[in-house]
Structures are given as C-alpha cells and as structure tokens.
Design a protein around this ligand. Sequence first.
Ligand code: FAD
Length: 590
Amino acid sequence: MIYNAPIKDMLFLVNEWIGLDRLSSLPGFEEVDADLLQAILEEAEKFCTTELLSINSDGDEHAATYSDGAVKTPPGFKQAYAHFIANGWTGIDSNPDHGGQGLPKLLQCLIDEMLSATNLSFKLYSELSHGAYHLLNDAASDDIRERYLPKMVEGVWSGTMCLTEPHCGTDLGLLTTSATPVDDGSYKISGSKIFITSGDHDLTENILHLVIARIDGAPEGTKGISLFLVPKILVNDDGSLGEANAVHTASIEHKMGIRASATCALNFDGAVGHLIGEENRGLAAMFKMMNVERLTVGIQGLGLAEIAYQNALNYALERYQSKAPSPRPDDSKPADPIIYQPDVKRQLLTIRSQVEGARALVVYAELHVDIMEKSTDESAIADAENTVALLTPVVKAFLTDLGLSSTLSAQQIYGGHGYIREHGMEQLVRDCRITQIYEGTNEVQALDLVSRKLTGETGEFANRFLRDWQSFLEGHASDEDLAGYIGPAASALHRLLQATGWIRDRIGAEDAAVRGAATQYLRLFALTIVACLWAQIIVGIRSKDGPFYEVKRKVALFYMQQVLPDTVSLLKTIVGGEDALAEFEVADFS
Ligand SMILES: Cc1cc2nc3c(=O)[nH]c(=O)nc-3n(C[C@H](O)[C@H](O)[C@H](O)COP(=O)(O)OP(=O)(O)OC[C@H]3O[C@@H](n4cnc5c(N)ncnc54)[C@H](O)[C@@H]3O)c2cc1C
C-alpha cells in the first residue's frame, strides 16, 4: 500500500485559498508561517508512512486481544506509540500551560487526515484522548486541570468517552449508570458501558474515562445527566499513581474493521468519580467533546478516501487489461492500462473531485474552530460558532459517506484483486464502515441539521450563510470564462434554498416529513456547499497558470458536471417524496 500525504493540496488551501494571514492574525498564532506548516506536515507524513502504514495490515490481522481482564494492542503498536508521544504528536494544538504546542486546530486536522489514512486503529488510541483533553481543559476545575492534563498532553495518560450502554445508544436519556455522592465530594459510579473505544489497552500508564451518569435522585431523561472523570488508576494529590479504581474490562468486541482498536465493555463497580462541570449539565459538556469528535470522524472518512484513491490510481496505471478506445496510448501492445478506460477514469475522478472539495470544507470549518477559540472580536466569534455548529453534522456525515463510497469504488478498480486481503483495499472498506455509525450515526447528524441547525440562532445564521454564497455566485455570474463553474453551483444553491424552504415550512407542524427528508437534505446541502467552495477556489486561481492550477480547474469542472447533478434528484426526493413515505404504514411491512 502506498501513501503520499497531499501536502501540496493542504498548503494550497491554507496559504492561497483561505490565506495564511487569517490564521496567523489570530492571537497566539503569530509565529505560524508557511515554512512552519510545511515542516510539520512533512514530519507528520514521514511518521505516518514509516511508522504507521507499515503496521496497519498486521494490526488488522492480529487485532487487539483480551485475556485475564486486560487488553493488549497488536505487535508494533507499543513501539509506534512510544515514538508518537516522544515526537510530541499528542500536543500539537494543546495548551502550552500543559506542555502543548498551542498550534492551530487547522494544522491538527491536516495531521489527523494523514493519521486516519495510514492507520485508523492506531489513531483512535489518541483521538478520544485529544477530545477528552479539550473537554477537561474547558470544563474541569483548576485542580483537575493541573493534576491530569500535562500527562494527557505528554501522551502517557489517555482518555475515553463513555456514553453508550447496552440499551442506550442514540437516546442517551435512557442511561442507567448511577453516581452516588460521597462525603469527600467525590461520587461512586456504578453501571456498565459498552463499545468504549480505547477503554483499555497497554499503551499508557493510566486511562481517564469521561463517564456520563445520573446522580441519585436526578431527573429522568437527558435533563438528569452529569459528567464524571473516572481514572482507571486513582491519582494521588501529588499527581503520582495510586490504587486501581473499581473499573473492570469485561470484554472487547470482535469487529468488522478497525480491529487493532480495542472497543471495550467496561464495568464501573462503585468506582471513584469526580464531577466535571455542574450537576445535571453533563450532556452539554459532553456535546462539546462530541462536536470536536464529529469533525474529526469526518476527517477519518476523508483520509481513508484519499489513501484508497492513491492506491487505485496507482493500480489503474499499472494494470493492463483490454484495449483503450482510440487513440490508444500504444498500438503495439495487446492491452492498455485500465486508467485509459473512460469508466475507470470516471470512478477515479468521482473520488478525487469530492475528496479535494471535502478537504476544502474541512479547512473552512476548522479555520472557524480556530477563530471561535482565539479571536477577540465578538462578532467574528459568534459567526465562527454558528459556522462550526452548522457545518459539524455536514462534515461528519458527508465525509464518512464519501469515505465508504470512495473505498468501495477504489476497491472496484482493483477488480478481484481488491477483494483479496493482501492488497489492503478490503481493509480500507471495513475500517471505514464504522465512521458512518459512531459519534452519532449519519442519520442522527441529518436530524441535527434539519431540526436544530435550521432553527433558532443557527437557523438565522444559516439564512445569512446561504445568502452570502448566493451573492458571491451572483457577483461572478457574468464572467464567461467561469460559467462552467459558477452556473452549476448557482443552480444547485437555488435547489438547496428551495429544499430549505420546504423543510422550514414543515418544522414543528409536520415532523415526520422533515425527519423523512433529513438524510437527503444533508447530502444536498453538502454537495452544494462543496460546489460553492470549488467555485470560490476557481475564482481565486483564475489568473494562475501552471500544471497544479490547470488540473484543479479540470477536477472542479468534473465535480460540476458529474457529481453536482445529484442535487437534482435529491431535491425531487425531498419535495416530491413525502407522500409515498407517509402512506406506507409500519403495518404494511408485514
Ligand atoms: C467500534 C465502535 C466504537 C465505538 N466507540 C464508542 C465510544 O468510544 N464511546 C461511546 O460512548 N460509544 C461508542 N460507540 C457507540 C456508538 O456511538 C453507537 O453505536 C452509535 O451512537 C449508535 O448507537 P446504537 O448502536 O445503540 O444504535 P441505536 O441507537 O440503537 O440505533 C439503531 C439504528 O436506528 C437509527 N436511529 C435511532 N434513532 C434514530 C432517530 N431518532 N432518527 C433516525 N434514525 C434513528 C440509527 O441511525 C441506527 O441506524 C462505538 C461503537 C462502535 C461499534
């Protein structure tokens, strides 16, 4: 399997498209310049290709294992993790007060793409830690921050997110894990959590579980959920490790993919927990972590799509089958590389045009995460918060759907060889599948978009957001040389506005119709916004020559002509498909 990190595209998007000054003008990022970004990205690529890609298929083969109550990671993982933390990769965007490097989240997300591409299972051991760190940094007391966070940044302690229980997944209000107050101010946590990523492993000295539970007597449903820090090993006042806490690993799951990642069932048997934030406000705090995670899970899909594309492209250049349509590249040969088959080219470009557009969407969203966290301008912060809130479900669902469609399509390009394990393509498909499910299934993301993000303050912002894109496209409508890009994007935006009006007219009054259209609406939204980003990129490079820019224009044109037309049928299903769905009763299935 090969992987070359798309550093050129990443640097283009940051330096030329959004403009590096939008990052470096934020307080704390004054030192961030093009050379620094490039140097860090190149180091990350080196680490990912030499240390992580090389153990990815072995990790799949051997998987994480469980015996006598403890979990072992596959061969090579411990050594790679030791190098990972020694090189400082766990502290890129963490607070310098805790030993972090204080660099932009935008940079972290570009590194996340590489880590996801080369070894998603390995990445998961630090991913939830990263989310847990940021949650504790936002919501924990000074004492907890000082005692726990430097070790997390160093990477010697890791973190988890413990929400799911056997009977409670999407609907967290059903949870039964309990928290009983103790005189010393701590709580005894009791209950079972399942599917906990990195819930146990042998890479770090301690594991800090962030657990949601209901304090005795708290209200039913989501209004009575509190958040607790429950260390695997108790931490003494001086920060040293004490006794084992009453957290027990019952088993690990045997999974379709990400087999080297330990997905654990954990029992909390009266374990010591520390309340984080206010009583009964735990879900709000946890959602902050989940929102960061949702963007990161979207990036997992992007990384897997990219590596699948690179390998399929390589294979298509080398695999000789069938004669190409004339003019053939070489008439003397009995067959040509399959890349000369227009349909193979189409499949590759379908991936590439969406991957490059999706990367722009990530860069756009993560820039706003940095603005939200670093800017001192109140109105810029409010806009950035709304941008991130609006785009989070879109990034999570669209990019993970893209991950699966792309890994499947890339596997298809390998023909039968894609089905054979040694090429690694089937592992990419299996590893990618979970990204559509965890961190809130993609259907739940779509519901979030139509029910929460189109209403209230974010809903008003969404109007402005779409109108701003409309003005941008109208401003370039008369540019004849851009017509192939601006025209299709403007038509798609018109469809999105129509669908948005249709949804808005029904929110509250016709809940079933809105929910029934949510997934299609999210896809229409994503395809359209990516088209707007592509159009903006093309406007930005209109006077630039050279192969990189020429190819960008061709890729964008393919997106406009071959991918974006899906918005026509999506609109039709949204505005014309409600009756068939409504009239079919649940009883009709029998
Ligand atoms: C490998 C792996 C790792 C995981 N890691 C973690 C972790 O670290 N921490 C953690 O807490 N959890 C974790 N999970 C759990 C994961 O987040 C849940 O599986 C997921 O949120 C879905 O919950 P569920 O499995 O209970 O499905 P359910 O909630 O039972 O949903 C079943 C189906 O119904 C659909 N559905 C449910 N409600 C609605 C609705 N309102 N509208 C439309 N469709 C709906 C869902 O989309 C889904 O298709 C992990 C799971 C796996 C498999």
